[in-house]
Ligand binder design. Structure first.
Ligand SMILES: C[S@@+](CC[C@H](N)C(=O)[O-])C[C@H]1O[C@@H](n2cnc3c(N)ncnc32)[C@H](O)[C@@H]1O
Length: 198
């Protein structure tokens, strides 16, 4: 995904105490809900605002879109939201084993070319990390407008520690809607699944 450069993003992010940019284990007294690839953060900030009984973590590698999450948090000052600007490759440096209750993957980059499939956030290497940080019975919830990614992801899950308990090719809106879902819903069905760590 190509993103628009925000001139002040680097400085703002590195000067802010509202965002993590280097590894440190995230601790919370509340159950932790993580979104990997949060984009501009509409979905996760809405969830955090309306569900104070959970601690939310927005994990986003792109500094320019991450700046948009920071803008939202600067306005809302949600005590139950942590923002991390880093690559999901580093997840194990932010979360100790069995500390996350649920992971959302919303409209992850599709990487359609076969040689790029290993970059997909549902690829085996990422599923292994999710298995490590999720509690037993923890959930992975996925949504996309790109059917091949949905179908391939269901296949990746077959050789993982997850069990799919819900899958749908016409997903309805949930209590929060991401930027991409808002846009893509007008043009395409929304594919999604929920899986549980066995
Ligand atoms: C297509 S956008 C979707 C954004 C948002 N989830 C939504 O639904 O509006 C995918 C986002 O995932 C982020 N992303 C992709 N790979 C990532 C990785 N390895 N680590 C962290 N973020 C990643 C991208 O930078 C991008 O912001």
């Amino acid at each position: 995904m190509r993103t628009k450069r925000v001139k002040q993003a680097y400085e703002a992010i590195h000067e802010s105490n509202l965002i993590m940019t280097s590894p440190q284990f995230i601790k919370a007294d509340l159950p932790i809900i993580l979104e990997v690839g949060s984009g501009k953060g509409k979905f996760i900030t809405e969830l955090a605002k309306f569900n104070p009984e959970y601690h939310y973590v927005a994990f986003e590698k792109d500094i320019n879109v991450c700046y948009r999450i920071l803008e939202k948090q600067t306005e809302l000052m949600l005590p139950n939201l942590t923002i991390v600007q880093d690559d999901a490759n580093a997840l194990l440096s932010y979360f100790e084993p069995k500390t996350v209750s649920k992971i959302y993957l919303n409209f992850s980059d599709p990487w359609p070319k076969k040689r790029h499939h290993k970059r997909r956030l549902t690829f085996e290497t990422y599923l292994k990390m999710y298995e490590t940080i999720l509690i037993t019975g923890g959930e992975l919830e996925f949504r996309s407008d790109f059917e091949p990614l949905y179908l391939d992801s269901l296949e990746y899950l077959l050789s993982s520690g997850f069990e799919v308990f819900w899958a749908n090719t016409q997903c309805e809106e949930r209590e929060a809607v991401s930027e991409y879902e808002e846009k893509k819903r007008k043009e395409s069905p929304i594919y999604g699944f929920k899986a549980k760590l066995k």
